[in-house]
Design a protein around this ligand. Structure first.
Ligand SMILES: C[S@@+](CC[C@H](N)C(=O)[O-])C[C@H]1O[C@@H](n2cnc3c(N)ncnc32)[C@H](O)[C@@H]1O
Length: 184
């Protein structure tokens, strides 16, 4: 698998509403099922396309991205009042142990899926907290999204998360994307 970051020059593509055909706001919220007082993280938040969708339903969203230029784009698009931008890699998060009630990741897992990152997520999400991972599927067609050799299958993603101590709640295998919901 190739690990890389999404090019900032193509950030405008992340704001295209047609992306909802791969993951809608509604399904993301249904899977995360947050409480209004939850503190959650958007892992690899990019331009904030999904941070803005989740923000009205939680207390705080930490929008985590390692590219400061993506945060600049996020500010330009509009920063919700309860979204805090965090410049960090998902493998080294500036959060206390068990600090997060939950986290979500859209189309980014394949860019950061290392053992170190999975362990870091298990450290910062509190026991019982939910992690929702939506990403391009290795069982997809490759017609949209990254090349097939960069992707993981639903079973691989489940295995990575279970190895880090998460428990599987749901897995969805769709035409082009996977969705995996686990609990710490
Ligand atoms: C494909 S974009 C998706 C952005 C957003 N999740 C969305 O769906 O609109 C991936 C984003 O994750 C960020 N990223 C990649 N690897 C990362 C890592 N290890 N830690 C933090 N951010 C990362 C990239 O900088 C990029 O902004």
């Amino acid at each position: 698998m190739g690990f890389h970051t999404f090019p900032v020059e193509r950030a405008d593509k992340l704001e295209d509403p047609s992306r909802y055909r791969f993951c809608s706001r509604e399904e993301l919220l249904e899977m995360l099922a947050p409480d209004a007082d939850d503190v959650v993280a958007d892992l690899g938040s990019g331009t904030g396309f999904y941070s803005r969708d989740v923000a009205p339903f939680v207390d705080t969203v930490y929008a985590v991205d390692l590219q400061e230029e993506m945060h600049e784009y996020h500010r330009t698009e509009g920063l919700a009042p309860n979204v805090t931008l965090v410049t960090a890699g998902v493998d080294s998060l500036p959060f206390e142990d068990d600090e997060l009630d939950g986290a979500f990741s859209t189309m980014t897992h394949h860019e950061y899926a290392t053992d170190e990152t999975m362990a870091e997520l298990a450290r910062v999400i509190r026991p019982g907290g939910r992690l929702v991972t939506v990403d391009w599927s290795g069982a997809g067609t490759g017609d949209d999204g990254p090349s097939m050799d960069e992707r993981f299958s639903p079973d691989e993603v489940v295995g990575q998360l279970e190895d880090a101590g998460f428990s599987l709640e749901r897995v969805h295998d769709r035409p082009e994307t996977l969705a995996v919901v686990v609990r710490r």
